[in-house]
Design a protein around this ligand. Structure first.
Ligand code: SF4
Length: 271
């Protein structure tokens, strides 16, 4: 017997899935569940945005499901007892920062939880999942192999810019997050670019301070080339040099020399 269809909207809180969800609702498309997974480390403005959307969804009589691992991001990163195939000297606790080859947080706090939830539903239903890939995200579409996934933004020809302007027109502004970042994910992500980290420090100093503290509490360096303390030194140096009209180009020999000296001074000071 054919299983009944179940229409799930995959909602991250970002501009693309927000635009997709709101326009699907406007068009009266079938939505049975809006599924959101909380990694514990979203920007505070993102949590407020998600709450706003959740209310709209629930007021429309649609089920909004939030998945959240019972163990927090910080617990997993700093305290969890990890069984390692290759032991690390001192056998430190926690997974520490994600790296390009070990995105434990994506799997443990996101994909595993989502798969478990959806797999249980698939036993009873033919799950059709709506994913917010924009029409200009060809590389993501090419990676998408799942035949149960639908991409309404692509069907409508909506690119990322259109998705964002649609949300702005509807009064969703994420309190300015998209004025600083083109993509919004965990504020503490070590896979962010230096430019994104500069903005985190400039516009969200309290989160930057928390990032410094998290980095001091763990064993793997935040980025292969910099700890967060070193990034703080670099960004402070950049601010000083910008005020003096000096280059802050990371490829310039002069800047690199100035940074090397500043980092050295700090090390001497700490000794
Ligand atoms: S955005 Fe970064 S920190 Fe967050 S789950 Fe993904 S890899 Fe981990």
């Amino acid at each position: 017997m054919k299983k009944p269809d179940l229409h799930i909207v995959s909602f991250s809180g970002g501009k693309d899935s927000t635009a997709m969800l709101l326009h699907m609702m406007e068009l009266g498309m079938q939505i049975d569940i809006v599924l959101y997974c909380d990694t514990w480390m979203e920007f505070p403005a993102m949590y407020r945005h998600v709450e706003k959307v959740k209310k709209i969804v629930e007021d429309a009589g649609i089920k909004f499901v939030t998945l959240k691992s019972p163990e927090s991001f910080k617990y997993m990163m700093l305290e969890h007892t990890v069984k390692r195939k290759k032991p690390i000297p001192g056998n430190p606790k926690g997974y520490s920062w994600a790296g390009s080859r070990s995105r434990w947080c994506t799997s443990k706090l996101k994909t595993d939880m989502l798969s478990k939830y959806k797999n249980a539903l698939m036993e009873q239903y033919n799950v059709i999942e709506y994913v917010g890939i924009a029409a200009d995200e060809q590389y993501r579409l090419e990676r998408e192999q799942n035949k149960q996934h639908e991409h309404p933004l692509v069907d409508w020809g909506w690119d990322e810019e259109k998705a964002l302007s649609f949300c702005y027109d509807k009064g969703f502004d994420w309190e300015g997050l998209y004025e600083h970042f083109s993509r919004v994910s965990c504020w503490c992500c070590p896979l962010q670019s230096l430019e994104e980290l500069r903005k985190l420090r400039r516009y969200y100093p309290e989160l930057w301070q928390e990032l410094i503290e998290m980095d001091r509490a763990t064993w793997r360096q935040f980025k292969p080339e910099f700890s967060v303390d070193e990034l703080e030194i670099r960004f402070a140096l950049e601010d000083e040099r910008t005020a003096q009209g000096l280059t802050i180009n990371g490829h310039s020999k002069e800047f690199r020399q100035a940074l090397k000296e500043r980092l050295q001074q700090q090390q001497n000071f700490l000794r």
